[in-house]
Design a protein around this ligand. Sequence first.
Ligand code: PRP
Length: 208
Amino acid sequence: MIKRSQKAVARAHSEEKGDFAEQIPICKGIEKVMIRIALTKGRIEKQAAELLSRCGYDMSELAEKGRKLIFHVPEEDIEIVLAKAADVITYVEHGVCDVGMVGADTIMEHAKSVCELLDLNFGRCKFALAGLRGGNFYDGYGHKVIASKYPHVTKTYFTEKGMDVEVVKIEGSVELAPLLSLSDAIVDIVETGATLRENGLEVYEEIA
Ligand code: PRP
C-alpha cells in the first residue's frame, strides 16, 4: 500500500503551530522563519488545504483562488505555491520551496534528493498492474508493452521480476492505452478503483 499526496518535506516551520513542527525534529527550536510550501494542485489540494487550516492557518484565499498560483497566508510568514506534482519535487529539490506536499507515487517516480518527513495520512492508494477484464497478462511468450505515467516505477518493478518489457509513457488517462490496444497492460495508481471498473479494466496484481 502506498499513499498518494500526503508526504511532507520540510526545512523549517514556525514554533507555535503544533503538529508539524513537533513531529519534524529539525524544526524543533527554530524561531519563526519565512517558509514557502509547494502544494500539489488538483485532486489532493482540498485535503492539504484542510490540513493546513486545522493547523491554524487561514487558507481562505486558496479556496477562492481562480487561476492564481502563489498565496500569502494572512498573518504568517508563509507562502503557498500551487504546482503539478512532479514540479513540487523540482521546486523543493532546487531549494526555491522549503516544503512539499506531494504523493508517495510522485516521490517514487521523480524524487532524487528529497527526504520524506511526515506521512499526512490522506490520499491512500496503491500502485497496480492492470488491464482488460478477464485478460491474463502473463500468458504467452510475446513481448509485453506497458503504458504508464510512471515509467521509472514500471521499469524497476519488471526489472526486479527479470522481465524485459517495453514501457510507453502516457501523460494522463492511461486506462485508454489497453482499450486502444496500445499496450498489454498499465501500471498506475488505484484509489477507489472506479476508473478501472468504468472502463472495463481490472487489477492484475498490486505493485506497492
Ligand atoms: C489517477 C490515476 C487513475 C485514477 C485512479 O488519475 O491515474 O486514472 O486517478 O483513481 P480511482 O481508482 O479512484 O478511479 P488522475 O485522476 O490523477 O488523472 P489523470 O489520469 O488525468 O492523471
